[in-house]
Design a protein around this ligand. Structure first.
Ligand code: FMN
Length: 164
């Protein structure tokens, strides 16, 4: 069944987008006052191999909007299947509890790198493009870590999923 663009509502739009299975990442940065910032996203993707570019989309209404669009660096932390709890806590409005008990390392830029992730990518912010009610943030990867094993946390039709 096809639905004309004049007729579909936001629920139909979200349902169609939810058919695209993704991984989940927590993107992190540091606010101007030094406060660590972390947000759950599933809009992450690779952009370019040479130069090494990646992107994610951030809602303009996000509390972290200013931090991500002004800080020189951010990190993308790709969650493993046992890290659904991290995805939940970094998508809640409660900023106080987000970092309680979370293992963090700092590399070159000082942005928080979450421990235990499948991979982490430390990036310099390269571009911020308009994306409707979101912005598209493109970063150049400067340093990374990745594990050879471990399975990803997946997101499909609005619920977490795992590889069989
Ligand atoms: C699985 C999942 C994926 C999400 N993906 C995105 C995303 O790609 N971009 C975005 O802006 N928000 C995304 N969100 C919502 C943010 O995590 C949520 O709005 C968060 O509270 C924003 O934090 P902030 O307001 O402190 O910046 C996602 C949430 C979940 C649970």
């Amino acid at each position: 069944m096809t639905i004309d663009s004049q007729a579909f509502d936001s629920r139909a739009f979200r349902n169609a987008l939810g058919c695209f299975a993704t991984g989940i990442a927590v993107v992190t940065t540091v606010a101007p006052d030094g406060e660590p910032i972390g947000v759950t996203v599933n809009s992450f993707s690779s952009v370019s191999l040479d130069p090494p570019l990646v992107q994610f989309c951030l809602g303009r209404a996000a509390m972290s909007f200013e931090a991500f669009t002004t800080a020189p660096s951010f990190a993308v932390n790709i969650l493993a299947e046992e890290q659904a709890e991290l995805s939940n806590r970094f998508s809640r409005r409660d900023l106080q509890e987000r970092w309680d008990g979370v293992g963090v390392e700092r590399w070159d830029s000082g942005v928080p790198i979450l421990t235990g992730c499948l991979a982490s990518l430390e990036c310099d912010r390269e571009h911020v493009y308009d994306g409707g009610d979101h912005v598209i943030i493109v970063g150049r990867v400067r340093r990374l870590s990745g594990s050879e094993d471990g399975k990803p946390l997946l997101y499909f039709r609005g619920v977490y999923s795992k590889l069989p």
